[in-house]
Design a protein around this ligand. Sequence first.
Ligand code: PLP
Length: 406
Amino acid sequence: MMFDAEKIRKDFPILDVHVNGKRLVYLDNAATTQKPKRVIDALVKYYSEENSNVHRGVHFLSDKATTLYENSRKTIAEFINAGKPEELIFVRGTTEAINLVASSYGEVSVGTGDEVIVSHLEHHSNIVPWQILCERKGASLKVIPVNDSGELDIEAYRKLLSSRTKIVAVNQISNSLGTVNPVREIIRQAHDAGAVVLIDGAQAVQHSNVDVRELDADFYAFSGHKMYGPTGIGILYGKEKLLDSMPPYQGGGDMIKNVSFEKTTYNELPYKFEAGTPDISGAIVLSEAVKYIKEIGIENIAGHERELLEYGTSKLSEIDGFRLVGNAKEKASVISFLLDGIHPYDTGAILDKTGIAVRTGLHCTEPLMKRFGIPGTVRASIAMYNTKEEIDALVNGVIKAKKMLS
Ligand code: PLP
């Protein structure tokens, strides 16, 4: 299929919105993506025609909702090439997925004197759950350093690994800088040291082909809302053997087999980790987003985004005082930058006046910003529906911001 961003834009009603009298230029896709009409329609259809609780009733609608919910699990399992749908747990998002693993797998695998490794590039969601675990268990957190380009120091990582390492948790693509990390190599080395690996794929599933079995990832986490799906739903993938060995994360309905006051037994996978009524509509609608991505083709999406990344980086770099933060050799579609002597919030506010939505600040990566000695960045993050004209608008907006603020 020929990639046609203009045609794709027509699928996203919100792109017609005007902001401050200007047509919206939405470049805050790493925070959350917009939703195509078929995803919105699927949500309306669910509540108009299919709504019921799952796994609980014998009636028509309950059966229908349960089938749709479980079919969605299958569709998403295929999308990341999981071995079985039962290896996918529906959670609220990446943050909950990581907390689940830190809390449950951490409980049985990490003890006093053990170590957990994260990287300097991590989102707070992939730092704080591990800090809480380490505090609880008397373990220590080790950090893979980054170089000035925003790439992980793999040699330093190798030296951090030891028999004390129990868990390595790193992202596949950095939300702040766009760095694509060599996760296959990271996983291989961790496995050689006897550790398991959680990959934070929040910024990867919507930009690249993810194959959890080829990666040999033990756990893989991502959020629906960053991949053209709804908020409130995400996925934790885990190898069956590991998930089976873990204690429940939360107690309640659906996660039990039998309950008595003397002894309660737990349900099998994946229900053991899905306590209470799940986000049924979110789970069902997420599969619609996955089907949409598959129809357009992740390679086509990645190719288009790469073109815009290169175009935007080169155009912006011509502006006097423009400083790119993060120029890894392998990068996804994030342009993080500063203008000399200008606070990122001020640049962001001027861009907003011209209808351009970018993110400013720490991007939930405070340690990384400290590492670079900066108060944050302006971040333009690109999705499949962005165009060259929008990148030109960004460049003009940045030139205007610089004139007004310097
Ligand atoms: N990890 C990364 C790399 C992210 O970019 C984000 C969100 O920005 C998260 C984790 C947290 O995702 P969520 O807020 O959807 O749980």
